[in-house]
Design a protein around this ligand. Structure first.
Ligand SMILES: C[S@@+](CC[C@H](N)C(=O)[O-])C[C@H]1O[C@@H](n2cnc3c(N)ncnc32)[C@H](O)[C@@H]1O
Length: 239
């Protein structure tokens, strides 16, 4: 294994620790570096909730709880549990949930997105946004998500991709490889938290390759929805 990929693997095992360091600036940087588009992507995700009401939802790698909050804001969702390994991110998320008045239906805590420590067949929907790319074993995570879903439950996974269009891709890659790490590292105050972001994205399966992973994990009717020219994808799979 090359030194670079070894470093990346080590970082994936420890990525939640980096998030502890950057938790304070995470939300601000998300909004700035995505030009606010990440908010629209999360709203788009909510359109794919399974049918029915009194939905029980689990948000993995919940971070500062943006998806958990979006879920809690949906009338059809009765209960949301958000899990993450970074105490710093979760503590900020908890404050946001209280501030937005959703403490009665949303709860955040510490939990691994790979092992998914919740009961089998207990969830109507499991969401996971911009987390699976950093998991040490993403395929095991998908199998565990499938395990904890009720029959007909849905997994909604959002992750970065790469634009297909040559021109959009070139502009985006310049931004992603050069500008974003520079600005991200300065604002977060962390020496290299954003240095490898592009590497983790460029090395990770997206579109039909990720769809195949979901099928292999047992999901049916798997779809990939391209967001903003393929900068991100929303993957939907049913149990
Ligand atoms: C880019 S943030 C995404 C946060 C949130 N889902 C969002 O969309 O803003 C990635 C999160 O994954 C968490 N994470 C990394 N490895 C994890 C693991 N094995 N289990 C749970 N969370 C993990 C990090 O702590 C971090 O909060």
């Amino acid at each position: 294994m090359s030194e670079a990929s070894k470093t990346l693997k080590e970082r994936k095992n420890q990525s939640f620790k980096i998030f502890d360091d950057i938790a304070g600036t995470y939300d601000l940087l998300n909004r700035c570096l995505s030009l606010g588009i990440d908010v629209l992507w999360r709203k788009r995700m909510m359109k794919e909730l399974p049918s029915g009401d009194k939905l029980i939802a689990l948000d993995l790698a919940t971070g500062t709880g943006d998806v958990a909050l979006e879920l809690a804001a949906q009338e059809r969702v009765a209960k949301v549990q958000g899990l993450d390994l970074s105490t710093g991110m979760v503590e900020l998320g908890k404050k946001k949930i209280i501030k937005k008045g959703f403490a009665h239906k949303a709860e955040l805590g510490i939990g691994d997105g790979v092992a998914v420590p919740v009961a089998d067949q207990s969830q109507d929907v499991v969401t996971l946004s911009f987390g699976i790319r950093n998991f040490p074993d993403p395929e095991l995570s998908l199998r565990n998500i499938h395990r904890v879903l009720k029959p007909n439950g849905r997994a909604l996974v959002m992750e970065f991709g790469l634009p297909k269009n040559f021109l959009v891709r070139a502009v985006y890659l310049f931004y992603f490889r050069k500008l974003l790490p520079f600005v991200g590292n300065i604002i977060s105050g962390h020496g290299d938290a954003y240095t490898y972001l592009n590497k983790t994205v460029e090395d990770f399966p997206y579109d039909q390759a990720f769809v195949q992973w979901m099928k292999d994990a047992g999901f049916r009717n798997v779809r990939a929805v391209s967001l903003s020219f393929g900068i991100a994808f929303l993957y939907i799979g049913e149990k």
